[in-house]
Structure formats: C-alpha cells, structure tokens
Design a protein around this ligand. Sequence first.
Ligand SMILES: Nc1ncnc2c1ncn2[C@@H]1O[C@H](COP(=O)(O)OP(=O)(O)OP(=O)(O)O)[C@@H](O)[C@H]1O
Ligand SMILES: [Mg+2]
Length: 353
Amino acid sequence: MTTLLDPDSAASTTNPVPDANESVSEVMSADEQVAEAGAVVAEPADVKGDVADDSTESSATPGEDHEGHGDASAQTKVVAGDELPVDDGRPLGKIITVFAPKGGAGKTTVSTNLAVVLNASGANRVCLVDIDLEFGDIAIALRLAPTNTLLDYVQATTATADARRAGALTSFQPGLDCVLAPVSPADSEYISAAHVGALLRDLRRHYDFVVVDTPPNLAEHVLEALDIADVHVLLTTPEVTALKNLRLALDMFDLLGYPKQARAILFNKSDKQAGISAAEAADILCMPVSAEVPMSSDIPASVNRGVPVSLATPKHPVAVAIRTLAETSITHGPITAQRRNGRRGLKLRMRSK
Ligand SMILES: Nc1ncnc2c1ncn2[C@@H]1O[C@H](COP(=O)(O)OP(=O)(O)OP(=O)(O)O)[C@@H](O)[C@H]1O
Ligand SMILES: [Mg+2]
C-alpha cells in the first residue's frame, strides 16, 4: 500500500475502470468540425475589475475584495440529489468547476467531455467556460475560432446583460455554448475575479449546467469559480507529485470551508504501469475516488481532431467514466432534461387549462 502522505484513511474507490481496449475507430471516422482558427486580438478594456452585475444573486459582489472565500453558507451551494439550485423560485443551472493543482492532469479533456455528456445531445443547455486566462485550450480542443471571448464580456461594459453575454459566446453544437479564453495571454490582466463571478452568476440563469475549466493554480479568479460552484471536480493522475499537490489543495479547501460533499475526485490517466492505483490514491487523499478514467492514446487523438471522445464514441471507456462521474456526482441519476422537463410540464399544464 502506498503511504505517501497520510495513510490513516480507509477511503475507497467507487467506479471500476472500463475496458480500455474497446475499439475507438469511431473517433477516427467522426466528421471533423473544422472552424478556421482566425485569431482576433481584442482591444484591451481601460477598466479593470469594473463590471456591472446584472445578477440579483448576492453571494459575492463583483469588484469587492473576496476575503470571504469558502464561506460555505454564503457562497458555495451544495445541491442535494438531482435538484437544481433555486433563486427566488427560479431554477439556476449547476456550476461545476474542474480543477487540478498540477498542470496537464486533464482538466480541459474532462471539462470538454463533461460538457458534451451533460448536454445530452441538446437535452440540456450547457455553457463551457475557459478561465485559464493566459493559456486556455478550449478553443483549440474544440476547433472553435476565438472570435468571441471572455475579453468581449469584460469590454462590453455599456451593453445589457443579454448583449454582453451573447457577445462572449461561441456555439459548439446545439445547446452547448462556450466562453473562450482571450487569445493573447497579455489580455488576462484585464479580467478580474469579479468579472468571472459576474459572468458565472449570469450564465447559471440561462444554462442548466455551467462547466468551468481552470488553470493549475489558485489565482483569485479561480477561487471565485470555486466559491460559486455547486460541484468541484478535482483531478489527479497516478503520480506522487500530482497526488501531493491535490492533497495540499484539499487541505486548503478545508481551511476555506468548502464542503467535502461538493467534491468529486477524478483519477485520470489510470494505468497499471504507473504503480499507483485509484484505491491507493484514495488512501493518500483521505477521500474516495468518484471516477477512474483510463489512460488512452485516443484522447490526444481526439483533441487533435477537435472532437471530444464523448461525442465521437460515447461507449469509449474514457467517455463512460466521465458519464459515470456526471451521473454520480452532478445529476445524481441518469442525465435527463431535468430543468427543461419542468418548463415543458408547466407549459403543458397551462395548455390543458
Ligand atoms: N485519460 C487520458 N488518457 C491519455 N491522455 C490524456 C488523458 N487525459 C488527458 N490526456 C492528455 O494529457 C494532456 C493534458 O491534458 P489536458 O490538456 O486536458 O490537461 P490540463 O489539465 O487541461 O492541462 P493544463 O494544466 O495545461 O491546462 C493532453 O495531451 C491530453 O490529450
Ligand atoms: Mg487545460
């Protein structure tokens, strides 16, 4: 048994690794969704940290100093079962922030596939937000032209909330939109934690699920996305360095008051050759692993094609593992059009009167 940090825990894994040898020929035969990668360098806004918050949600005020990170009662909403968060009786979308303190753990891979899975072929409205402000990869991973980005949201200070949101969106497929990271790393300095918070609060009013891809650090805007999230999907790989860093991050999450039940540990690039199993990782992290995603050479191939494996090959072991994570830790059941069913139900009831 590996006892790298604290071996006291009896945590265990939950989801078995799917068969990694399953055929993936569909990845290679999937139609390419090619968009010309036309880079648009946005004019820097001359305001920083100055954004109107059209949201009436009061969990955090854009522009304020966010010293209250992790005040679970005020900022982090833990959602029981398959219910969506509610604000004044209106259902809000769930925010899922995908984080790993170690670069290259697979955050972008998991975020893109999670967004596809939750979208359920258009049944749910999903927005995928890239807050890796300097080196965001969502655009390239989905072959989207970064014409509209998070910088457009920040610059559109005089627009209405709807116009500002629309100006930042890029559609990937019906019901799945993205807010891409700025093209130039230098533009990141114009985007504050307050901007990110305001955007996420706005998006959750219009989407069933908001999936947030992050950089591998706890910058202020990343803490904002963690504060506001309903679910934290936290990645590690079978390496001592990744496990050590996640363990330290979990300790910090405890200090910040982030609730343990909001966490879902994803053990990515699981590989017998690595010498650390998901069960051993759970012991090191002192909490169960929610999903075990196998190492597969099909993943780099799918990224290079710009088609997430969950879209091209839903039965691929990696896709199955990510779907399992979504069903166990986000929707708490089969992924259906929960919120939209509610709306349809209301319309049907009105029509029948
Ligand atoms: N399950 C997997 N099997 C094989 N390769 C994987 C798997 N998951 C991710 N990868 C590969 O690992 C590399 C890093 O993945 P990804 O870009 O998703 O990580 P990241 O955490 O977003 O990185 P960064 O910290 O740079 O943003 C990529 O080459 C990706 O194709
Ligand atoms: Mg990434």
